[in-house]
Design a protein around this ligand. Structure first.
Ligand code: ZN
Length: 187
């Protein structure tokens, strides 16, 4: 029993590790749009207004499609819902994307290209200390981190995969706002 566990466990670990390095068709989704389950698996009081994507603290946050900067808002304090957040406007979509709980913003007020690093993942705002980006698609330019779904939509309906610099996208298609190992994810 003990011996077989010693053999199987490292095998499982190495399989998981190799899957992380070579595979991974989407980032780690911790909580979907409309979900009543939080990033830690506990129940939420309100339906979730965005997509929570987990990663390491400091994971680059990528623009989901071509954009202009709408605003950088909030602070790193834990009390505020979104914390340090960025809102981008996408003229082709006539929508905004919002990125919350960042540790740092490096976005400049200039045309922003899909896949451009705009900041870094962190735990600012009400992230319950689990590094993730709360990603929203909204039609009013505001963060709805507080649980109001009006003027929000499920980002998963617009996301076509991980950002791939060699892929051709239409301006109305979004890519995940974090890098993924596998660049050929097909929805
Ligand atoms: Zn969230």
């Amino acid at each position: 029993m003990h011996n077989s566990a010693k053999v199987v466990l490292p095998l499982v670990v190495s399989l998981v590790l190799s899957a992380c390095v070579t595979g991974g068709t989407s980032p780690d989704i911790l909580s979907g749009w409309g979900s009543f389950s939080g990033v830690d698996g506990r129940s939420r009081n309100d339906a979730h207004s965005g997509l929570d994507i987990g990663g390491r603290d400091g994971t680059p946050i990528l623009a989901a499609t071509d954009a202009t900067l709408h605003k950088v808002r909030g602070s790193k304090t834990r009390a505020e819902g979104c914390g340090l957040g960025i809102a981008l406007f996408h003229p082709a979509l006539n929508r905004w994307t919002v990125y919350c709980h960042l540790s740092r913003s490096i976005v400049k007020d200039m045309p922003i290209k899909r896949g451009q690093v705009i900041g870094y993942m962190g735990t600012s705002g009400r992230s319950i200390d689990i590094p993730h980006v709360h990603f929203e698609v909204v039609s009013d330019g505001k963060s709805h981190r507080s649980g109001d779904l009006k003027n929000t939509e499920d980002p998963a309906n617009l996301i076509v995969g991980c950002y791939d610099r060699n892929r051709t996208y239409s301006d109305t298609q979004l890519s995940y706002p974090v890098p993924c190992e596998d660049k050929v994810f097909k929805k």
